[in-house]
Design a protein around this ligand. Structure first.
Ligand SMILES: Cc1cc2nc3c(=O)[nH]c(=O)nc-3n(C[C@H](O)[C@H](O)[C@H](O)COP(=O)(O)OP(=O)(O)OC[C@H]3O[C@@H](n4cnc5c(N)ncnc54)[C@H](O)[C@@H]3O)c2cc1C
Length: 399
């Protein structure tokens, strides 16, 4: 397993670093100071589109199935290259990295469940460079977070259409999105097997009440609640076919997405942890604290643990690129990296002392930003529960 990033990835990393220093960090600090997400009309987003960012990883070619061999490093579907760039951007500001235009978390379910026609309809527009566009993903509800089987948003057939009713919360970039992949149940008595995914387009009557949530950190991107009231969605927007719900089309589809994205979330946490380490080191040096063995030991411990977390992320991505199952490694990376990052930020806060309490130091911001990384896309606790079930031979998914 050779984990050295190749030339194409190194080139992208260099670009991400330059963009991070010039724009990503300042935009993140601005959003944090103002306490609100960067608005969609901000020149930053137009600049990203000019730079060729905000596109889709869908190439127009069919998605490789089964044992299709390793993904090419230059290819847009390469998990490890994606993960390395995500780590670097998050080093500069993870909230801003998530605010980037693009189909976001809505893309994996369209890639894994959608037909070629649906990919063309919903993803091809992201190849145009005319304006910033966003997609979104809405699974979480006010009463269903970790327990995704408990979602209550309903989908009822009405002729060729579906009628959606329910409440969604914490969906990234939802109010600015051209479409949102919404998970709903066609039959609550079937638990996860009743789940289906629908692409709900902006402006669909019945989709509304967008409310941007208040967050302690990661303020640069919006996490938004919204409602679906008698929301009529054409049958052509149902992902995974029109037949009654199957495990593949519903819950399994969502989980497939998670396994593709968990190592990237974990790598983002590693990037934030690196930032906390660098800031702590700079502060300790400036304040003459490096003579203290406890300070040096604390800093080195964090560097060591960040390396371990990063290797787990890379391993999970390497498996994905070689079309090998990565469920356990993906969970491991997601369970570990956010904890290490939180530890890094907490150690930095200890070094800062009263300076941290002022609320204007980058480490203090990272401390607030870091907490959410353990929550998003399946909490650390849930990942640990799933891995423990698998370790002792129980089915990973209890239902
Ligand atoms: C910044 C941010 C962005 C997000 N973006 C999105 C998004 O784009 N789309 C989307 O759909 N959702 C999004 N979410 C929602 C996120 O996926 C949920 O917050 C997460 O799944 C946890 O759900 P919950 O908040 O309802 O917590 P709960 O499920 O209520 O959990 C509360 C606590 O209890 C623990 N817990 C729960 N069940 C168990 C159990 N069986 N055993 C032991 N411990 C348990 C959890 O680990 C957690 O610590 C986002 C959340 C945040 C904070």
């Amino acid at each position: 397993m050779d984990l050295t990033p190749g030339e194409p990835t190194r080139e992208r990393l260099g670009q991400a670093r330059a963009l991070g220093r010039e724009l990503v960090r300042p935009v993140g600090l601005e959003a944090d100071r103002l306490g609100r997400p960067t608005p969609p009309g901000h020149p930053f987003f137009a600049r990203l589109v000019e730079l060729g960012l905000g596109g889709t990883r869908w190439t127009g070619e069919p998605e490789p199935e089964g044992d299709a061999g390793p993904a090419k490093e230059r290819g847009p579907g390469n998990a490890r290259a994606t993960l390395c760039v995500a780590e670097e951007l998050s080093y500069w500001d993870r909230g801003v990295a998530v605010s980037f235009p693009g189909p976001g978390l809505g893309e994996p379910p369209i890639l894994s469940l959608g037909s070629d026609g649906q990919r063309e309809r919903f993803l091809a527009p992201f190849r145009k460079r005319d304006r910033p566009r966003w997609g979104a993903f809405a699974m979480t509800e006010p009463g269903a977070g970790s327990d995704v089987a408990g979602i209550r948003t309903s989908a009822r057939r009405d002729g060729d259409d579906w009628i959606l009713d329910g409440d969604k919360s914490f969906a990234a970039n939802a109010s600015r999105a051209d479409w949102i992949v919404v998970f709903a149940t066609v039959d609550p008595s079937r638990g996860r097997e009743g789940h289906r995914a629908f692409v709900v387009e902006r402006g669909t009557p019945g989709l509304g009440d967008f409310k941007i949530e208040r967050k302690m950190g990661l303020k640069a991107y919006e996490s938004t609640s919204f409602t679906l009231r008698q929301c009529r969605v054409p049958g052509a927007n149902l992902l995974g076919g029109r037949e009654p719900a199957t495990r593949r089309a519903g819950f399994k589809g969502a989980m497939k997405s998670f396994n593709a994205t968990l190592p990237t979330i974990a790598a983002m946490a590693v990037g934030m942890g690196r930032a906390a380490l660098d800031e702590s080191l700079a502060f300790a040096r400036a304040e003459g604290l490096l003579g203290d063995v406890r300070v040096r030991d604390g800093l080195e411990r964090i560097r060591r643990r960040l390396r371990v977390a990063r290797l787990l992320c890379w391993r999970a991505a390497w498996l994905a690129d070689h079309r090998q199952p990565n469920v356990t490694e993906a969970s491991m990376s997601k369970a570990l990296a956010p904890l290490v990052t939180f530890e890094a930020a907490a150690f930095g806060m200890e070094l800062l002392g009263a300076v941290g309490g002022r609320g204007d130091h980058l480490i203090e911001k990272l401390f607030r930003d870091a907490k959410a990384m353990d929550i998003v896309e399946g909490t650390g606790q849930i990942q640990r529960l799933l891995m423990a079930r698998k370790l002792v031979g129980l089915p990973r998914d209890p239902s």
